[in-house]
Design a binder for this molecule. Structure first.
Ligand code: HEM
Length: 405
């Protein structure tokens, strides 16, 4: 047991709170939001942080990266669990940076993630989704949808973008999962180091076999020019893996569950695939699976909504709470594929806004569209209350999703 610092206010809610239902935020969020946009909460080590629960404040704080920093090297940067203590080591090439260095790194990757570039990837993603669904249909029901579709699709897509062989995708999946789901710090560190060592070898091998892919571009334009070292290139790849793998897997699992639980809307989507982009956007708002990842540290004393945030205070910008803010989204707790989701914070906002948002949208639209068209009888193979939710992990999601058809 680590020693707990003295807690000054025993009345504070402990954070993170648990979701009671896989697709609804903890009920405490709404109670806290009613008291005002900012609440103090207590973290696992006894320290406190500000939980931001209303949309206007959260959005403004996301945008103000100078005041609310993402610098993971700042010793005051909040962490939500012991095992996250070492995350900075593996993520500091993007998520954990501020200012010019962050901008420069982002610019190196951005051209491959624009809406136009991602549009060109759609046929490839469609092929992969079809192949995986062919494989699923060969299996005997019930099957775990997360294992057969949720994990392989995003990892195959990102491997193809990076220019990494299909055979290696399984190693990627195992390592990315190892980091995100490690039960303790030691195992997270080991998984992260293993992934990094492996990627450095991948970069070396790629040097001899350049092609038209993201890794080759990074090698030609950044590594060979001396701008980045091979460790730095590897860390950028880790950022893409961490950013793009488990997130999309979670959305596939929880998204499928949510659609199955709303059969009328699912029937509409099946009949009219043009509704898919709106449905995916609503799933992003409704599920807010990255709720526990959007953390910041204040760089100076600042007043927000009548509360004083001190320099060094931890700040949690709750996308799940903000996305259920009734002042912005009517009937916010209802899943409605026809609603106007504009301004939702499911991909964050401001300088750190999700780099892979267009790719995520394309993967989700293609996967849901194809899955429910090709297997119209798809349904849960267990009662809803037996669906196993992840608890105490960095992303909201499901351990598995048994389905039949
Ligand atoms: C549906 C799945 C996804 C969700 C819910 C999601 C969510 C988010 C959120 C909320 C952020 C902002 C973090 C912050 O402000 O601190 C973010 C950043 C990021 N995401 Fe995603 N993401 C998804 C898919 C992807 C994909 C497919 C990729 C790439 C392959 C990706 C790569 C990244 C990267 C690199 C960042 C860091 C950007 C920066 O710091 O400048 N994400 N994501």
């Amino acid at each position: 047991m680590t020693e707990q610092p003295t807690v000054t206010n025993p009345e504070l809610h402990e954070y993170p709170m648990k979701r009671g239902c896989p697709y609804h935020p903890p009920t405490e969020y709404a109670e806290l939001a009613e008291q005002g946009p900012l609440s103090e909460v207590r973290l696992f080590d006894g320290s406190t942080a500000w939980l931001v629960t209303q949309h206007t404040e959260a959005r403004a704080m996301f945008a103000d990266a100078a005041m609310f920093s993402s610098d993971h090297d700042n010793p005051a940067f909040p962490i939500l669990a012991e095992r996250e203590k070492n995350f900075p080591e593996f993520t500091q090439e993007l998520f954990g940076l501020d200012g010019d260095r962050h901008k420069a790194r982002r610019r190196m990757l951005l051209p491959r993630f624009t809406a136009k570039q991602v549009e060109r990837l759609r046929p490839m993603i469609q092929r992969m989704a079809d192949e995986l669904i062919d494989e699923l249909l060969e299996l005997e029901a019930p099957v775990d949808l997360i294992a057969v579709l949720g994990r392989p699709l995003p990892s195959r897509v990102i491997c193809r973008m990076l220019g990494i062989s299909y055979e290696e995708h399984e190693l990627f999946e195992v390592h990315a999962q190892g980091i995100m789901q490690a039960p303790d710090l030691e195992q997270a560190v080991a998984a992260g180091q293993e992934l990094l060592d492996y990627l450095v070898q991948v970069v070396d091998a790629k040097q001899k076999n350049l092609g038209d892919d993201l890794l080759s571009t990074l090698i030609t334009d950044r590594l060979n020019t001396g701008e980045l070292t091979s460790i730095e290139v590897s860390k950028l790849m880790v950022a893409l893996l961490i950013g793009g793998q488990e997130t999309t897997t979670s959305m596939i699992g929880l998204g499928t569950l949510t659609l199955l639980q709303h059969p009328d809307q699912l029937a509409e989507i099946r009949e009219n695939p043009e509704l898919l982009p709106g449905a995916v956007e609503e799933l992003m708002r409704f599920l807010s699976i990255a709720d526990l990842t959007t953390l910041r540290v204040a760089t100076a004393d600042v007043e927000v909504a009548g509360r004083t945030i001190k320099e060094g205070d931890g700040v949690i910008l709750s996308t799940a709470a903000a996305n259920r803010d009734a002042a912005v989204f009517d009937d916010a707790d209802t899943f409605d594929i026809h609603r106007d989701t504009q301004g939702h914070l499911g991909f964050g906002h401001g300088p750190h806004r999700c780099l892979g948002e267009n790719l995520a949208r394309a993967e989700l639209e293609i996967l849901f569209g194809t899955l429910f068209k090709r297997i119209p009888t798809l349904r849960l193979a267990v009662p809803m209350d037996e669906v196993s939710m992840k608890v105490g992990m960095t992303l909201e999601g499901l351990h598995d999703l048994p389905v039949t058809w």
